[in-house]
Design a binder for this molecule. Structure first.
Ligand code: DSN
Length: 420
């Protein structure tokens, strides 16, 4: 086998990688609420020789020989995850959040069973029952929605839907909900209809890990998450659960829905969890929340409305229903100005999903770059200017210049020896 530098072995892939480093470092403000930047130690774990090994099974119970070091790493990831999230059991093998949700559902339910989940356009995820996804296809999903007045999930609405549909399992946890989740309320509803309670904390897991959002345990029975959003780790998924569901969760991951675990990714998860246990991570998560509030202040000063009027977490959902701009147009205008966000449906959105009347804006990535309230408030105002004047080239060019200055002032990988 010949070892070569990637620049020589595959110049095309090398060039695209270099361009992506440049894009992340110095071309735009990354404000997609589900994205973040990992430190070198996680990139190292993910780029390691662990990719060479098959390790089906669990530590100590593998189907292949030679897993001693893999067992050590997977056990570290599992133990750290349980400690951070106060869980009895962790399965760190799901390749993604969607696979975690697939295995979590099938650990307790059979195809055709009834699940109550959030309406997709009210903050839910495709795996929470959408018809184009396995979840909507294989399970009998019914929904609860955001209260039209408070724009929050309220007990009366969730209870009404639960009593009407009598689900086997209720899903809480969202992709575009700017408020705290009331786990006690969901538990009361689940108990009332004798349903299991599952929470998908993919977006907020960093906040939960740092104690900046209430813990889903002990109220929830099963908790799923990704490991690369606010928790800032290797891309992937994880399932946490109470002791009584552990065996079923493990076998729903392997052999039911996955084969060989991605051990290099699991090493990245282990390193991420170690980072998340440090006091610096608690400061980081607290700063995410302060930054999002400052962002909301900037947006508000420029006259933009937000779903539920503000935020308790890492994101805001700007409601453009009363503006002349759609979510799609706002996303495009902002991208041209160097600010990357995503169009997002707002509750009771009159526009179709590829257009929408909202934009979702998150702060975990910019907080990782070291930005604080002053910068986020200013960015909120710049977003307001662009959204209110999507055709103005002058505003776009002013914002672009300021974005370049901010990116230079808060470097990402520039001062490290990270190459990709
Ligand atoms: N794609 C993620 C998000 O942006 O929220 C969820 O999977």
């Amino acid at each position: 086998m010949e070892h070569k530098d990637i620049s020589e072995a595959d110049p095309e892939v090398y060039k695209a990688l270099k361009n992506e480093v440049e894009r992340q470092e110095s071309e735009s403000l990354e404000m997609i609420a589900s994205e973040n930047f990992v430190p070198k130690q996680i990139l190292q774990a993910q780029g390691s020789v662990l990719t060479n090994k098959y390790a089906e099974g669990l530590p100590g119970k593998r189907y292949y020989a030679g897993c001693e070091h893999h067992d050590k790493i997977e056990n570290l990831a599992r133990e750290r995850a349980c400690e951070i999230f106060n869980a009895d059991h962790a399965n760190v093998q799901p390749h993604s959040g969607s696979q975690a949700n697939f295995a979590a559902y099938f650990s307790q339910l059979d195809a055709g069973d009834k699940i109550l989940g959030p309406v997709l356009s009210h903050g839910g995820h495709l795996t929470h029952g959408h018809g184009v996804n396995f979840s909507g296809d294989l399970f009998d999903f019914e929904t609860y929605g955001i209260n039209q007045e408070t724009e929050r999930f309220e007990k009366e609405d969730v209870m009404k839907a639960a009593k009407e549909h009598n689900p086997d399992l209720i899903v809480c946890g969202y992709s575009a909900y700017p408020r705290e989740i009331d786990f006690e309320m969901f538990r009361e509803v689940a108990d009332e209809v004798d349903a299991l309670l599952m929470c998908d904390i993919a977006h907020i897991s960093g906040l939960v890990a740092a104690g900046e959002h209430p813990s889903p345990f002990p109220e929830c029975d099963i908790v799923t998450t990704t490991t690369h959003k606010s928790i800032r780790g290797a891309r992937g998924g994880m399932i946490l659960c109470k002791r009584e569901y552990a065996d079923e969760v493990d076998s729903a991951v392997f052999p039911y829905s996955q084969g060989g675990p991605l051990m290099h990714q699991i090493a990245g998860k282990a390193v991420c969890f170690k980072e998340a246990m440090k006091p610096e991570f608690k400061d980081y998560a607290a700063q995410i929340k302060k930054n999002t509030k400052a962002l909301a202040e900037g947006l508000r000063e420029k006259g933009l409305q937000m779903v539920s009027g503000g935020t308790d977490n890492h994101l805001v959902l700007v409601d453009l229903t009363d503006e002349e701009t759609t979510g799609k147009e706002a996303e495009e205008a902002l991208e041209e100005a160097g600010i990357v966000v995503n169009k997002n449906a707002v509750p009771y959105d009159p526009e179709p999903p590829m257009v929408t009347s909202g934009i979702r804006i998150g702060t975990p990535a910019l907080t990782t770059r070291g930005m604080e309230e002053e910068e986020l408030k200013e960015i909120g105002k710049m977003i307001g200017e662009v959204v209110k004047n999507p055709e103005s080239e002058d505003i776009r060019s002013e914002v672009e210049d300021r974005v370049s200055e901010l990116l230079a002032e808060f470097p990402l990988y520039e001062d490290s020896d990270v190459e990709f």
